[in-house]
Design a binder for this molecule. Structure first.
Ligand SMILES: *Cc1c(COP(=O)(O)O)cnc(C)c1O
Length: 348
C-alpha cells in the first residue's frame, strides 16, 4: 500500500540540469548568465536585510510591479510576481487545469510543463514542432478537456521563435488560455507583451534568472489581463516572493542600461559560438536565446558531452525521442566559450 496519490507514484519527477557543488566546472548547461548582475541588486538586498526581516513581505510585490510596469509599459495590476517563473507556471497550471483534463505543449520543449500537468492528475499532450521549428495548426486544434497551452518563445532547446503574429493566430483559435513563456525573451528580437492586451487568453511569463543573471534569487512574473491575475492570486502562496527578492528584482529591472549591455555581450558571443560550432560540422540552429542547440549529422555527441565533463566543462546533452539528440550549450563568457571550443576541436 502507498500513502501517495497514484499520479505522484507514477511520476518520474523533474530533474533540473546538473549543479555541481564541488570542483571548478565551466558551467554551460543550465543557461545561467555568466556575468555578475547589476551592482544595484546587492545594494538593495543589503538595505532590506539591514532594516530587518521581522515583518512579512508585501504579498503582491507592489514595488516590483510598479517599477516593472514603468519599464515595460504595462499596468502594475496586470503583473503577478512569482518565486521564479517556475512558480508562475505552477500557479497558472493549478488554477486552470484539473484532474483528467489536458495541458498542451510543443515538443521538444521545456520538460517541466509535463511534470506540472502530471502533478494535477492531468494529461500532457505534446504537439511536435515541424522540422524547421515552426508549429502547425495542430497546436490550436480543439480537444475535449483542453485547459491550458504552454509555448516557450524563444523555445528551449532550439532557441527558435514563432513570430508574434503566429502566436496571436494560434491563441485566437485555441479554446483555452496560452501561456507564452518568455524566460529568454530579453535575448530575442521580438516578444509577445503587446499581445496580452489584444486577447485575454494570451499571458506572458518572464524570468529574472537568465537575462538578469539572478537564477539564485528566484524571481519571475506573469503579465496577463487583470481579471486573470485576480484569479491567479487566489492560488499562489500568500507570501510567494520574499522581501529580499522583491528588493533585488526591483533594482534589477530598474537598471535598463545593465540589461542592454549584458544582452549585447551575450548575443555577440552567441554569434561567434554558432559560427565556430558550424565550422566543427554541427548543425547548429539559429538562436534568439542565450544558448545554442547543436545536433551533429555524423559524429555521436554523447561521448563529446562525457569528454567535456571529464575535463570540467559542463554542457547539456539531450536526447529527444523522435527528434534525435544534441548538445545544448549556454553562452558563457568569451573565455569560457573559447575553452569549450578548444577542447571540442581536439576531441572531435
Ligand atoms: C529557465 C526556464 C524557466 C524557469 O525560470 P525560473 O525563473 O528560474 O524559474 C522557465 N521556462 C523556461 C523555458 C526556462 O528555460
Amino acid at each position: 500500500m502507498s500513502y501517495f496519490r497514484p499520479e505522484i507514484e507514477r511520476m518520474a519527477g523533474y530533474v533540473p540540469g546538473e549543479q555541481p557543488q564541488a570542483g571548478k566546472f565551466i558551467k554551460l548547461n543550465t543557461n545561467e548568465n555568466p556575468y555578475p548582475p547589476s551592482p544595484a541588486v546587492a545594494r538593495a538586498i543589503a538595505a532590506v536585510a539591514e532594516g530587518g526581516l521581522a515583518r512579512y513581505p508585501d504579498p503582491t510585490g507592489t514595488a516590483f510591479r510598479r517599477r516593472a510596469g514603468d519599464v515595460l509599459s504595462v499596468d502594475p495590476d496586470w503583473i503577478l510576481c512569482g518565486n521564479g517563473s517556475d512558480d508562475i507556471l505552477t500557479i497558472v497550471t493549478r488554477a486552470l487545469v484539473g484532474q483528467r483534463e489536458w495541458l498542451r505543449l510543443p515538443y521538444p520543449s521545456y520538460i517541466l510543463y509535463k511534470t506540472l500537468a502530471h502533478l494535477q492528475g492531468a494529461g500532457a499532450e505534446e504537439v511536435f514542432f515541424e522540422t524547421d521549428w515552426s508549429l502547425s495548426d495542430k497546436f490550436a486544434a480543439p480537444l475535449d478537456g483542453l485547459k491550458l497551452a504552454f509555448l516557450p518563445n524563444p523555445n528551449s532547446p532550439s532557441g527558435t521563435m514563432l513570430p508574434p503574429e503566429r502566436i496571436l493566430e494560434l491563441a485566437d483559435r485555441l479554446p483555452c488560455p496560452l501561456l507564452v513563456d518568455e524566460a529568454y525573451g530579453d535575448f530575442a528580437e521580438t516578444n509577445c507583451l503587446s499581445l496580452v492586451a489584444q486577447n485575454e487568453k494570451i499571458m506572458v511569463s518572464r524570468s529574472l534568472s537568465k537575462s538578469y543573471a539572478l537564477a539564485g534569487l528566484r524571481f519571475g512574473f506573469l503579465v496577463a489581463q487583470p481579471q486573470m491575475i485576480e484569479q491567479f492570486r487566489k492560488v499562489k502562496d500568500s507570501y510567494n516572493v520574499d522581501a529580499l527578492s522583491i528588493a533585488g528584482a526591483t533594482a534589477a529591472i530598474d537598471d535598463t542600461a545593465w540589461l542592454a549591455d549584458n544582452t549585447a555581450k551575450v548575443i555577440a558571443t552567441r554569434t561567434r559560438l554558432a559560427a565556430a560550432m558550424r565550422a566543427l560540422g554541427f548543425a547548429t540552429v539559429d538562436s534568439q536565446a542565450n544558448f545554442l542547440w547543436n545536433p551533429h549529422p555524423s559524429v555521436p555527441v554523447k561521448p563529446l558531452y562525457e569528454q567535456l565533463k571529464a575535463r570540467q566543462i559542463l554542457v547539456r546533452y539531450m536526447d529527444y525521442e523522435g527528434w534525435g539528440d544534441g548538445l545544448r550549450i549556454s553562452v558563457g563568457t568569451d573565455a569560457q566559450i573559447d575553452a569549450c571550443l578548444t577542447l571540442l576541436k581536439s576531441i572531435i
